[in-house]
Ligand binder design. Structure first.
Ligand code: NAP
Length: 539
């Protein structure tokens, strides 16, 4: 049947309902939210313009949000020691939180959460985080470098916002848009986002679970693990899904629709690899869609059914009955576990790579690409990812050269043709032997795989997209077997060798496409439902 053109599209209705809900949330808040925007006199740059636009949009939601604007030479700028344009202060009478740049793109999510927390006057830190943060008894000057295109950044920026709201007497925070403040980013050699510093010490590269961030802030060093106290909240489920990529999200939808009590735990950004895929052109129903847009659609669909615990890392699993799963925040007792842990990007394993990671070496062109506009970079790899990302960098104005170890691309012909049409230079049969630079990437040492001839190549950045390795850490903890290719071994219906433990998505290997990962998630959820009704391990 044809759609009645007078109907309101479903998406408009959904966003109307969302706006209504947001307005009601702000109405119930006890506090006014006062914003101060400081700008250089007569200087209207893109960031100032964006600030005004974003703030105007939020002010339409609530009269509680007010904005006052001043020039940088105003006495308030001196009082608060503001030297950079634009600088946005948020409720400066209560907190020390400032934004250098503007809350654009992904960062609008951080800004919304920030306004809500300030309006509530509460940090909403978890009990586990509160136990740690109360040990801080001296100042922490926190800087979080972010960019509008980085889907990992809001998690880390919000962690810092919560700390600044919880401990205003000790924690001061600057959220710094790396494109608006290139000199400051340079000073900290911060060339990937997010990066968090406290008292000028790097405490976190990438997004950390909240409790890990708070512990790093307290200890003033990068921590990677947090074990919760024994009083961690207990949650009972039929199915716990570890991983919030397309496999995990689809499994959540199918499981709850079957009647199972299910939850998804994801330590980083939802969507897995798609969250940082610039453009997806082979997911049915979408001729061309931004990876992050597709993730947002999938997540809002999944949220209609399944509870998602984002920013929470699994730290331990016990294959008892029920299976115990300890995260950084709570303990799940569950009848079954689905490992949809995906894959982590491969490293080149050459000299200089790890030392210069975040200093010009990057694994995320979506996050870090904009920092290299007008600069020279190389993209390493010959698969779909490397070619898609090289095209993405090229289209955003980065001078990119592709480096591939063979003389033929692994990427699909369609992408190879786009690469050739755009005249992106390719160094064939070439490998990187070393990445060099003092504070940041300056040059690479190359070797020709056919002639063995070596050469140096000046570059500002090295983007690496050479495939993924399955994320098996949790599978190993549970004693799950892997196959000869190193992926989780299963019986064709996603059952592993450990009763009650299943797999889906890239951790199982196979075609590694978004659509196949979703299919694996759906299949696994249906097997789990059948098994819980009629447990095969009792037969
Ligand atoms: P991939 O298909 O495994 O390709 C990895 C590339 O990196 C290969 O060209 C490989 O070279 C090269 N490589 C591997 N190890 C290397 C090393 N140590 N040094 C130098 N080069 C190295 O990985 P991917 O491109 O990330 O794709 C992963 C999966 O996602 C694939 O299934 C792909 O189809 C899918 N994907 C699809 C799309 C799309 O359809 N638009 C986009 C992105 C990803 P060799 O060729 O010599 O082996």
């Amino acid at each position: 049947m044809m759609q009645d053109t007078m109907d309101t599209p479903q998406s408009d209705m959904a966003s109307d309902a969302y706006l209504k809900q947001l307005k009601a949330t702000f109405e119930q808040m006890p506090n006014d939210i006062v914003l101060y925007l400081f700008t250089a006199k007569g200087h209207e740059d893109a960031f100032t313009h964006a600030n005004r636009q974003v703030i105007r949009a939020f002010r339409e939601l609530s009269a509680k949000i007010t904005l006052q604007e001043y020039d940088l030479d105003h006495e308030l700028a001196k009082k608060w020691n503001i030297t950079s344009s634009p600088t946005l202060l948020i409720a400066p009478e209560q907190y020390s939180i400032r934004w250098l740049g503007a809350p654009m793109g992904e960062e609008a999510r951080t800004f919304l959460e920030l306004l809500i927390l300030v309006g509530l006057g509460k940090s909403q830190l978890s009990d586990q985080s509160l136990n740690v943060i109360k040990k801080i008894d001296s100042p922490r000057n926190v800087k979080v470098f972010v960019s509008p295109t980085c889907p990992y950044c809001p998690q880390q920026a919000v962690n810092a916002v919560k700390a600044a709201i919880e401990l205003p007497q000790f924690v001061s925070l600057e959220i710094i848009d790396i494109q608006s403040e290139p000199e400051l980013a340079n000073q900290y050699a911060a060339q990937s986002v997010p990066q968090a510093f406290a008292n000028d010490v790097l405490i976190g590269q990438g997004a950390q679970p909240e409790e890990v961030f708070v512990l790093s802030l307290q200890k003033l060093e990068t921590r990677t693990i947090f074990i919760p106290d024994s009083d961690a909240e207990l949650v009972e489920t039929d199915l716990l899904i570890v991983g919030g990529g397309p496999a995990g999200l689809t499994a959540g939808i199918y499981a709850v629709r079957s009647g199972l009590r299910a939850a998804v735990v994801e330590r980083e950004a939802l969507g897995g690899q798609i969250a940082t895929t610039p453009i997806v052109e082979n997911y049915p129903g979408f001729t061309s869609v931004g990876g992050k847009t597709l993730v947002d659609i999938m997540v809002s669909h999944a949220l209609q059914y399944v509870q998602i615990f984002q920013g929470e890392a699994v730290v331990d699993l016990q294959p008892d009955k029920p299976i115990g799963v300890l995260t950084t925040r709570r303990k799940f007792l569950t009848k079954s576990v689905l490992l949809a842990t995906g894959a982590t990007h491969r490293h080149l394993n050459v000299r200089g790579e790890s030392r210069l990671s975040g200093r010009g070496v990057s694994y995320c062109s979506t996050c870090d690409g904009p920092l290299f506009r007008g600069k020279k970079v190389v993209m390493v790899g010959g698969g779909n990812s490397a070619v898609t990302e090289a095209l993405h960098l090229f289209h955003m104005g980065v001078d990119v050269t592709l480096i591939h170890r063979r003389d033929k691309l692994r990427a699909q012909d369609f992408l190879a043709k786009q690469l050739a049409d755009s005249n992106i230079p390719v160094l064939w049969d070439t490998a990187i032997e070393e990445i060099r630079g003092e504070e940041r990437v300056e040059e690479i040492l190359l070797v020709n795989n056919k002639t063995n001839q070596t050469d140096t190549f000046k570059t500002d950045g090295v983007f690496i997209a050479i495939g993924y390795s399955p994320a098996l850490e949790l599978a190993e903890k549970l004693g799950v077997e892997v196959n000869e290719d190193g992926y989780i071994k299963h019986d064709g219906k996603h059952r592993t060798n450990v009763p009650g433990v299943y797999s889906a998505g890239d951790v199982e290997g196979g075609y590694k496409q978004i659509v196949t990962a979703s299919g694996q998630g759906a299949g696994a959820a249906m097997t789990i439902f059948e098994d819980l009704i009629n447990p095969y391990w009792l037969n």
